[in-house]
Ligand binder design. Structure first.
Ligand code: SAM
Length: 276
């Protein structure tokens, strides 16, 4: 486990992932029933954008700082979540998914966080002190299945691995199949990097064979031509997205594309069902 999210916090993928998480949870909260939110790969919870690690990559300049330079009101909720950890000042701290999810909690909701790396789990406990979140230090795939079905009738599982292991996609496919058998109506969000189109197409075909009827596939391609062998963007598979979320997605995706388009590129961001 070499991956450290502190090098990448607030990059363009975080902006899209965290914006969509906020919209998804808010859509589920149109109903008063309690939600259980589970973050299987939680990271540290809070990141210093002016720290050594973030400074070495400078990725936040292409992500959260672009979202703040943009004035589109559809990004207001995302900017508010970042502002909440910065006291309204320019973003210096970046809230990871645990912080963002905890900001959304209503009294009836529960938050379960998991992080396997001991240093990051320690940082996570510190970042979440004073919140109602439960923090675990287990293997993500073991915890994912162990927590299902959730204690509340509705819930969201967020799966955000670093894809360092060559079998990461296979582990997700197997665990998602087992999770679906235990919790067919549950909402699951799976983040993935987009490198080459062939790998992504093969994975989509495998997920399509699981027989899960409702998987929304969001893809954010940053550049107008693929850059071979490098990171070309990222996306999310969203199992059982609520109707209000899926309906409101096109204008939010367009605002994200426009805010995050690299110099000289338009980029592309789409949302399509895995099964038509
Ligand atoms: C991309 S980061 C998570 C970022 C976070 N979800 C966010 O949006 O702020 C992935 C995290 O997963 C952790 N991790 C990697 N493999 C894991 C495993 N098998 N079980 C639990 N955590 C794992 C890494 O240590 C890392 O902190």
């Amino acid at each position: 486990m070499n991956y450290r999210h502190s090098f990448h916090a607030g990059n363009s993928a975080d902006v899209v992932k965290h914006s969509l998480l906020i919209a998804l949870v808010q859509a589920l909260q149109h109903k008063p029933g309690a939600l259980t939110l589970i973050d299987t790969h939680a990271g540290c919870g809070l990141y210093d954008l002016e720290g050594d690690e973030a400074g070495r990559t400078g990725e936040a300049a292409q992500g959260v700082l672009r979202a703040f330079a943009d004035r589109n009101p559809l990004l207001n909720d995302y900017r508010a979540a970042v502002n909440a950890v910065n006291g309204g000042n320019d973003p210096r701290l970046y809230p990871g998914s645990p912080q963002i999810l905890s900001q959304l909690l209503r009294p009836q909701d529960a938050l379960i966080l998991n992080e396997k790396h001991p240093d990051d789990a320690y940082a996570l406990r510190g970042a979440m002190r004073g919140t109602p979140a439960a923090v675990h230090e287990r293997d993500a795939y073991e915890l994912w299945l162990a927590m299902l079905p959730t204690r509340t009738p509705r819930g969201v599982v967020v799966v955000d691995p670093p894809y360092e292991q060559t079998d990461e996609r296979a582990r997700i496919t197997t665990t998602l199949a087992a999770a679906h058998r235990k919790w067919a109506h549950g909402v699951t969000v799976i983040w993935y990097p987009l490198k080459d189109r062939a790998t992504h197409r093969r994975w989509k075909e495998q997920l399509g064979k699981l027989g899960i009827p409702k998987i929304l596939c969001v893809e954010h391609w940053l550049y107008d031509e693929d850059q071979p062998g490098i990171y070309n963007g990222a996306g999310l598979f969203i199992v059982n997205p609520p109707y209000a979320f899926a309906q409101g997605l096109p204008p939010l995706l367009e605002s994200l594309r426009a805010a995050l388009a690299p110099e000289g590129h338009r980029g592309e961001i789409s949302a399509d069902w895995l099964h038509d």
